[in-house]
Design a binder for this molecule. Sequence first.
Ligand code: CMC
Length: 438
Amino acid sequence: MKNEQERTGAETAELHVGGKPMRLVLEEPTAGDRGINIGRLRSETGLVTYDPGLANTASCRSAITYLDGENGVLMHRGYAIEDLAANCVFLEVALLLITGTLPNREERKQFTLLMNKNSMLHEGMIQFFDNYPENSHPMAILSAMVVSLSSFYPEIARFNGDLPLDETVTNLLSKMRTIAAFSYKKSIGEPFVYPSHKLYYCENFLNMMFSSPVADYQIDPVVEATLNKFLILHADHEQNASTTVVRGVGSSGTNLYASVAAGISSLWGPLHGGANQAVIGMLEDIRDSGKSIAQVVLQAKDRSNPFRLMGFGHRVYKTYDPRARIAKQTCRDLLTHLGISSDPLLDIAMELEETALADDYFREKKLYPNVDFYTGITYRAMGIPTNMFTVMFALGRLPGWIAHWLEMHNDPEQKLVRPRQIYVGQKPRPFVPIDERS
Ligand code: CMC
């Protein structure tokens, strides 16, 4: 009988269990890590794999984003992040991720028109904002509002390949931006500013955030370009925690809007997108406490102290995050443009980076600044409040979530996400009636 390698022509790895060999086919990528296909592992050996945080597990094949963490490479559909950030508007990158191709001028124009057509929220949804308590975190509002889109637009939310994709996607992309701006206006007690058909994506967002019935807001093209670049930097990052959640929730047949709402909740945590808010908290704390940078670095290295340098380290990057490099330069350019000759938080961040990168602990563990390290300082300079930083990340990540949700739905190999476990609980024991329990 032919073995796996002879049958498929693929290279195999050999696993020995109880003295018996098992051949496991190797999966060949276009670039990056090769995989061992363990599809028959449990049925043939009774074994499962144990991989906390799925750090060594490829849960799907994907053609959207390529990331080389050792060399600091990030590409979407084959294009380098540096080229996309320098030359595209955010909606072009969104279309690239979702459809696989960069739009031409006419396609971009049509998409912009559709975005504007879908930008308003159902008036019924607007009432919701009134009932959130003061100081509600905008991420809570964003997640709740996005899942609510499923009830207000059920025909579109149920997208299953039969409906025009554009309508489902633009409805979400455009309305989430409106929800984000409205949640900010609600938090400062100002009236909502509606989206305008005359404005492009980033202009519209800035106008909804900062214009008011009593004062016109002049959109600064450099601020707009900075926002555009930052949204592109966040647009996708392959199988990160929130994208894995979106895929996982969608794998049970849940609609796109509800799947994305779950992704927003996953992003909120400080180890993921919430790090951009945590970085500013950390920098302000250093400024206000008068701690030296050396003391802070010492604290971050102390294993008995849960403190970590926020905006540092990454599951995949073991070198400088290419997005952080662009964010750092963009941050400097914006501050210069705005005439901010010195920002104490930027000074602290740069000193912290320099000290950490020269420290053996950070060098040995290959901990470098990640995308969140410089974004908060930049958003702050744009007038965006700290509790909106993770919302900004979510707006950027949305096309990636959509692209992955669609890829999963169109992949014949995808299944309901339902992992196994290593059970370490009680062995069977006799039931104790309530009156006999101690
Ligand atoms: N400060 C100090 N030590 C750190 C840090 C840090 N920021 N990050 C990792 N380490 C240490 C960690 O203590 C561990 O040490 P040891 O080997 O002695 O136990 C070692 O480095 C490996 O860390 P890990 O937690 O096992 O690695 P991970 O891949 O699970 O964690 C991470 C990745 C991003 C959760 C982590 O680096 C971290 O907590 N960073 C701070 C939060 C942050 O900036 N998150 C944003 C990530 S990038 C944006 C995004 O995509 O969401």
